[in-house]
Design a protein around this ligand. Sequence first.
Ligand SMILES: CC(C)(COP(=O)(O)OP(=O)(O)OC[C@H]1O[C@@H](n2cnc3c(N)ncnc32)[C@H](O)[C@@H]1OP(=O)(O)O)[C@@H](O)C(=O)NCCC(=O)NCCS
Length: 164
Amino acid sequence: MNAKPVSASTVEFIRTMTQLDANLSGNVHGGVIMKEVDSAAGTAAIRHSGRRSVVTAAIDEMSFLEPVHVGDILVVTAMVNYVGSTSMEVGVHVEAEAMETGSRRHTTSAYLVMVALDEHDQPAPVPQLELTTDLERRRRERAIVRRQIRTERRSRLGAMKGDR
Ligand SMILES: CC(C)(COP(=O)(O)OP(=O)(O)OC[C@H]1O[C@@H](n2cnc3c(N)ncnc32)[C@H](O)[C@@H]1OP(=O)(O)O)[C@@H](O)C(=O)NCCC(=O)NCCS
């Protein structure tokens, strides 16, 4: 399986926020943004893996730094930071653009672990990541630390099962 560059799978989703996405005060629901984040990450992972079936295994903590309003354009960028054997860490950056001025503000960042599945719904190998810039190399290094933290967290919480 040939390695693929980060640029080959990077995606940008753009969608105008409407009343259907918001509460009565015109603030967009966090869940709407989470869905866009998950969809963009899934698309980047499908592009990288070349597999139609990709599931979200984990989403790291998500913070909402600024409110998004009805009429804002949501710009969601997703790129693969790291590739394991069957999993991919996808980093997602969300900005809200004010339609009239074009000014953008960073509202959310998130990291998701996506797993490619084969025809039998079993984890399937994915191509390695070809890193071409220093920024991509730095992102991969940070992703490795997050992977270690996730693994440790899962094993510690797993050891506590049955304590509730
Ligand atoms: C994700 C899933 C396929 C993993 O299955 P599994 O039997 O645990 O498979 P494995 O143990 O072989 O793990 C596969 C990869 O996923 C990673 N992974 C599995 N669970 C994870 C978790 N909770 N957090 C982070 N990574 C995880 C493993 O580290 C491994 O990565 P690697 O191959 O790059 O080393 C399975 O748990 C699943 O189907 N979950 C439901 C997914 C879902 O429905 N998502 C929401 C809708 S898309």
